[in-house]
Design a protein around this ligand. Sequence first.
Ligand code: CMC
Length: 429
Amino acid sequence: MSQNSLTVVDNRTGKKYEIPIKNGCIKAMDLRQIKVDEQDFGLMAYDPAFTNTASCTSKITFIDGDRGILRYRGYPIEQLAEKSTYLETAYLVLHGELPNKSQLDEWTYHITHHTFIHESIKKFLDGFHYDAHPMGMLVSTVGALSTFYPDAKDIFNPDSRRKQIYRLIGKMPTLAAFAYRHMLGMPFVYPDNELSYPGNFLNMLFRTTEIKYKPNPVLEHALDVLFILHADHEQNCSANAMRSVGSSHVDPYSATAAATAALYGPLHGGANEEVIHMLREIGSVQNVPDYIKRVKAKEKLLMGFGHRVYKNYDPRAKIIKRIAYEVFDVVGKNPLIDIALECERIALEDDYFVSHKLYPNVDFYSGLIYQAMGFPFSMFTVLFAIGRTSGWLAQWLEMLGDPEQKIARPRQVFLGYDQRNYVPLEQRK
Ligand code: CMC
């Protein structure tokens, strides 16, 4: 008997099956042979929310939640945050290798020269209410891009795919900044090709009467690092949406709109905003012990703590905490940081948090930076979406190139009525 296999005995029939194990997994389809009789459909695995089901093989991002490890294409997130730029990291995530000088120059050139959006998108944005949520505007305008680029439907043409990738990474900051300016009722600011990726984004957000906008280098760098930290996070809700919707072979703008919509939810990209609300509710450092008591009594959650995968300090949270101080040196200290630090100090020493393996996650400090930089809460998830676009596209490309993938189509366990006959209206109770 092969060692790399699982022996299953079906106690309903007494039959024995040997199921191969590969990469620590059994294939769910190998269960289908397990039947009570010939009419039986065969055994399935029931796994709502995919908590123990791998939906794909991937070579993009590695996470070891117990040891607090995150790597893109093998490179530790700490090294990328310190030494790389967002555009270089996006290249790495998408292509699998770091670019050489000429590859990076070409990549940067193409992204920079695809930042303009069609003038009609501006008219489209004008149709939104002044108080429209920028994530709603982003979902709609990203989806609308597919109508401007019908060539994007040619998804098996590598040249077309490359072009859509330039466009998506290039235009996301423009769409995000235009949504922000629309909220403020301020004129749109066009991209400046002489600025870096994050520098140009700051220009489109914040430029007023200056002839030439000069981004603050500390804020420009902080934003670049935040984009790096958010570039990918393997099979999370929005990556899964990108793959699932993309598996129908729709164009990448429509699939990215679906991924952006998934990110919009408070259980995914919206938690950093909740952290700020919580810190405001706590109000002062003196009130922290009382709040922690309420968390332990299960009356409240300590927002920005805990993670489905990380059962150790989220490595991104450590980097963000350091960046927060660099930002505060420029824009002034966010008064909420002292409350956050006290929450962290108490929690890391407390038995409840230690035994539940609850540590700060990426959202614990990111909202404090965004708020200090002057972003309204509603823009927090938009910033996440810009960084994550490269990861979504990498997941999409990997899915399209994987011969084992097909249109995503989960099974269900049907527990509804068996067949019954239609009852005319007058005979119903
Ligand atoms: N505060 C207090 N207790 C908590 C917390 C928290 N933040 N998170 C989990 N717990 C407790 C929970 O009550 C449960 O306790 P018990 O076993 O005694 O019933 C135990 O820890 C396990 O929690 P869970 O909810 O079953 O764990 P999960 O893996 O399903 O949830 C989570 C993960 C992130 C949804 C959860 O930790 C949470 O709600 N955290 C606060 C919200 C937050 O910060 N979300 C950002 C996630 S990271 C960014 C992203 O993914 O987009």
